[in-house]
Write a protein that binds this ligand. Structure first.
Ligand code: NAD
Length: 260
């Protein structure tokens, strides 16, 4: 059980982050949500997690591209929850374009949100974890932390960087009760991927269902999407005592994507 522990999941108002937050709450962890969205809907998410699982919930809307806001969020976590025991670095964005057409400001935003934010949350979470000699840091990388796809240079660079950061952090904490690992999902049907489905449907004149099937057929041998619930179960396992010697590894859950 994770009762008494506090988990901060960045980018948890939607998609994978929300799935992981729910799975950790189901194990009894208090949850700090982060991410953009309608204030009323976020308050409702908080309330439903608290009611369903009997945990404390909080929210901080820090923009993960802004180090000062990340610092304020970590101070909030310390003040209200006594610190972060489980840190899930999940916030991420995508932009698809070839290198010569890639808007430089999109490059900077992807590196800031998908990579640098994890440095800031981690550096600010580690002192508390070290004081308790327990912690779990889970970085949501991607199959694109292990292999590349055309049109995704910034995302691939950020995710490979995040896998490298995961390994370095794991080595620095190897003699402690803190572990750091990455999860590398294949296609998961979230708003981030639905945009790519829509782009494909538009470009090739396909229905939504046909565009989803085409996307999967290209990369994911299972022909099925991975789900946020499945990724949540993996995060719960990484938080368990059984996973205490899993350190610095990029764990893919990808329907066979990287096996090819
Ligand atoms: P999503 O778009 O559904 O959710 C992204 C979340 O991040 C939202 O809560 C959003 O509000 C938040 N966010 C975006 N920019 C932010 C910012 N600047 N500051 C704070 N929060 C911000 O996306 P998702 O598919 O659930 O992706 C979650 C993570 O999983 C990302 O890191 C993504 O790269 C990774 N991932 C996704 C897939 C996939 O197929 N969907 C595959 C591999 C990896």
């Amino acid at each position: 059980t994770l009762r008494g522990k506090t988990a901060l999941v960045t980018g948890s108002t939607s998609g994978i982050g929300l799935g992981i937050a729910r799975s950790l709450a189901a194990e009894g962890a208090n949850i700090i949500l982060n991410g953009f969205g309608d204030a009323g809907e976020i308050a409702q998410l908080q309330e439903s997690l608290a009611a369903e699982f009997g945990v404390q919930t909080g929210y901080n809307g820090a923009d993960m591209s802004k180090p000062a806001q990340i610092e304020a969020m970590m101070n909030y976590a310390a003040d209200v929850f006594g610190g972060v025991d489980i840190l899930v670095n999940n916030a991420g964005i995508q932009h698809v374009a070839n290198v010569e057409d890639f808007p430089p400001e999109r490059w900077d935003a992807i590196i800031a949100i998908n990579l640098t934010s994890a440095f800031h949350t981690t550096r600010l979470a580690l002192p508390h974890m070290k004081a308790r000699n327990w912690g779990r840091i889970i970085n949501l990388a991607s199959v694109h932390g292990l292999v590349a796809s055309a049109g995704k240079s910034a995302y691939v660079a950020a995710k490979h960087g995040l896998v490298g950061f995961t390994k370095a952090t794991a080595l620095e904490t190897a003699k402690t009760g803190i572990t750091c690992n990455a999860i590398c999902p294949g296609w998961v049907l979230t708003p981030l991927v639905q945009k790519q489905v829509d782009a494909r449907a538009e470009k090739e004149g396909l229905s939504n269902e046909a565009a989803k099937a085409a996307l999967l057929a290209e990369k994911q041998p299972s022909g099925e999407f991975v789900t946020p619930e499945e990724l949540g179960a993996m995060a719960v396992f990484l938080c368990s005592d059984a996973a205490r010697q899993m350190r610095g590894v990029a764990w893919n859950m990808d329907g066979g994507w990287v096996a090819q």
